[in-house]
Design a protein around this ligand. Structure first.
Ligand SMILES: [Zn+2]
Ligand SMILES: [Zn+2]
Length: 171
């Protein structure tokens, strides 16, 4: 949830684009949609940042109840029509993020608090294109995940070790 909030007008446009893409997908696949589902699609597509299904359910709860089955099915359908991207950071829960109107970016994941931050590096993008080209590998996508500790978590950890240090020496 680290990304800056999307301006209201842009949010509305994203929600509208998402519903158009979703309805096209539903028709093409002969699936069923509903007002509830479409409302969910609009809300989820316009959400900023990275969220798990559970975080999403907690947030949506404030707007009225949504069944877990409906939510999970909607998330799967949104992934199928590429409205949502999912990331597995290995912590057990899958993170989603809206795929609309977002430039490509990669992620840093804090092993302490689970904070997710984004980065883009032209250097890395260019380097991997060159590596792939040299290997005659046709690159279609990539995902970089950096694991470690965010600044507050790293500071806390350092504080803890410096507090332990004197005790160790005297004992
Ligand atoms: Zn952290
Ligand atoms: Zn992201």
């Amino acid at each position: 949830m680290n990304r800056k909030a999307i301006p209201a007008r842009a949010t509305h446009r994203i929600a509208t684009d998402a519903s158009v893409i979703f309805e096209r997908h539903v028709r093409a696949e002969g699936l069923k949609s509903s007002q509830v589902r479409l409302g969910l699609v609009r809300a989820i597509a316009a959400m900023a940042g990275h969220f798990t299904a559970e975080m999403l359910q907690a947030r949506l709860m404030r707007r009225g109840s949504v069944s877990k089955a409906t939510l999970y099915r909607t998330l799967a359908m949104m992934q199928d029509c590429k409205l949502l991207v999912s990331h597995d950071f290995g912590g057990g829960a899958l993170y989603f993020e809206s795929a609309l109107n977002q430039p490509h970016h990669d992620h840093m994941y804090c092993l302490g608090c689970g904070a997710i931050s984004e980065f883009t590096s032209r250097g890395i993008e260019a380097l991997q294109a060159r590596i792939a080209a040299e290997a005659e590998f046709e690159l279609t996508a990539h995902s970089h995940k950096l694991y470690g500790y965010c600044a507050p978590c790293a500071r806390r950890a350092h504080k803890r070790t410096s507090e332990v240090e004197p005790g160790r020496r005297s004992g």
